[in-house]
Design a protein around this ligand. Sequence first.
Ligand code: AMP
Length: 170
Amino acid sequence: MDLKSIIRDIPDFPKPGIVFRDITTLLQNPEGLRYIIDHFSDAYSDQRIDYVLGIESRGFIFGAPLAYKLGAGFVPVRKAGKLPAQTHSIEYELEYGTDRLEIHKDAVQPGSQILVVDDLIATGGTAAATAQLIDQLDCRVIAFAFVIELSGLGGRDKLPGAPIKTIIKY
Ligand code: AMP
């Protein structure tokens, strides 16, 4: 399936020089959406995955149906101040400034095996911060899954601890 043809490229969004890979056009395509979820659920079906962690916000869209298909729980990793109960949090570097991600302290059992999901890996900073959050919960990331990889940015090098699967590469 030609998935690139159903991803919309928006030049200079959200700022000049960035080509935004818009997955809303993939999501609205029934075959495209099914392809992504089935591809990842086939890829991980022989592994024990206790929780799928989705990174806000597009990681939620792919993470929840994947958790359902794998028979796992779904856990959101959110931007600062969104989760209502007690959280662990981690600050990480952006191109300009910093950002913060949070997870509920009781979101997963210690010792759980975790699959981290997001729509896209660019520099890998967001996913690396998520992996550090998971360390605080005494759990193990057994894999990372991203629909899209911007392979020129070296994001994989920031995630040495677990295998990474991506479907569409630019
Ligand atoms: P990074 O931390 O640099 O790997 O950035 C990954 C996060 O930023 C993901 O949650 C993506 O949704 C978002 N992102 C970064 N670059 C792009 C892009 N060119 N198009 C769409 N989303 C992007």
